[in-house]
Design a protein around this ligand. Structure first.
Ligand SMILES: [Zn+2]
Ligand SMILES: [Zn+2]
Length: 385
């Protein structure tokens, strides 16, 4: 029962380009969520709720008498990245762009809502979840905190993300961990700055900070098991010195990824030991802030098989792949999976610029596959009586 309406695909391209030209940052998706809600009402959904968890939208479509329910989720937010390139539908919101393809994800879920509202083919309830602020890692939690599970209960949930570099029409997932936890850290070193010619008169922090950046590299290479995949990246080193004055304070910021809470805890523990030891050696003081932004995304093994079976209804077997290893990117879809089982899948965006690149664009050739996946998994998991 695959989808091949050229008219709907053309219509979806129009929605996608409109969303791309009008990107909005997390929790500011006012125009986007109004657009989504209006479309869902046009399609004749049974219920459309706006303002769920801020700017989230939940549409409900019911058929038959079944009491099972599944959720299909898309993210709506854009990034604070000034768009480069000259697409005819380039961002008109300065400094903000759809650099992660959430314009495409939103469009595919809208297309599926239209198709399922028209053609049915399922028994039960489908919740179409359009969430805000995925990039911050706050949108899913915000919807859950606003009573998502109580107000719009569902038994399973499915989500998709495009992947540049993977051919259009290729579909990937894997049982268990598929995306990582993301932790952030900020380490502040404080000493006594002073004249560049008289380092011995103070306790400057730049040499200590450089040593600390190098010492942090030993967390993954020397302190964690080689069997545990993880990344610790220092991404910023900012000191308050000037050409002829030694800095008195320096901040080291960065990001750590892992797939198990135990590993995340160990990274924090080792980071504190190394930071305190290095500060002591250089006679400066140190403060470590460590926060957990995203939890690991863990796919339900049985439902991964269901997702593959759904994909087989519209893709050939050689385009359906088990991802060999989890990605070290993060996704706040993981928060929904703390409440119900579900699956997150990847599909190819073709040979485009990478995600979060100022020249990235969602590939419209992938729209049809996203619609097909949403519709196929809904019909498979809510079979007509
Ligand atoms: Zn992103
Ligand atoms: Zn994304």
């Amino acid at each position: 029962m695959s989808f091949n309406s050229e008219t709907l695909i053309d219509e979806m391209k129009g929605w996608r380009h409109d969303l791309h030209a009008n990107p909005e940052f997390g929790f500011e998706e006012k125009r986007t969520s109004a657009f989504v809600a209006q479309k869902l009402r046009e399609f004749g959904l049974d219920e459309v709720a706006e303002g769920v968890g801020g700017t989230g939208v939940v549409g409900t479509l019911k058929r038959g008498s079944g009491n099972r329910s599944i959720a299909l989720r898309a993210d709506m937010d854009a990034l604070r990245i000034p768009e480069q390139g000259d697409l005819p539908y380039k961002s008109t919101n300065p400094g903000v762009m759809h650099a992660c393809g959430h314009d495409g994800h939103t469009t595919m879920l809208l297309g599926a809502a239209k198709q399922l509202a028209q053609d049915g083919g399922f028994d039960g309830a489908i919740r179409f979840i359009f969430q805000p602020a995925e990039e911050w890692g706050r949108g899913a939690l915000s919807m859950l905190d606003d009573g998502l599970m109580e107000r719009f209960p569902f038994d399973e949930i499915y989500g998709i993300h495009n992947i540049p570099g993977l051919a259009v029409g290729v579909f990937e997932s894997r049982p268990g961990a598929i995306m990582s936890a993301e932790d952030n850290f900020e380490i502040t070193l404080t000493g006594v700055g002073g004249h560049a010619a008289r380092p011995h008169a103070g306790t400057e922090v730049l040499v200590a900070a450089c040593a600390l950046v190098m010492n942090l590299q030993t967390i993954v290479s020397r302190r964690l098991s080689p069997a545990d995949t993880s990344v610790v990246s220092v991404t910023e080193l900012v000191a308050d010195g000037t050409r002829n004055a030694l800095p008195g304070s320096a901040r080291i910021l960065g990001d750590a990824r892992s797939f198990r809470p135990k590993v995340s805890a160990e990274i924090e523990k080792q980071m504190r030991i190394i930071a305190e030891g290095t500060a002591l050696a250089y006679n400066v003081s140190v403060d470590v802030k460590y926060t957990r932004e995203f939890v690991p995304l863990l796919n339900d093994p049985e439902l991964v098989e269901e997702a593959f079976a759904a994909a087989r209804t519209f893709l050939s077997e050689d385009n359906i792949r088990t991802a060999q290893e989890p990605m070290t990117g993060s996704e706040d879809f993981a928060h929904f999976l703390k409440h119900v089982p579900g699956v997150f899948v990847f599909f190819g965006n073709g040979d485009t610029a990478p995600l979060h690149n100022p020249r990235y664009d969602f590939n419209d050739d992938g729209l049809v596959h996203g619609v097909n996946f949403h519709a196929a998994i809904a019909r498979r998991r809510l079979p007509p009586a």
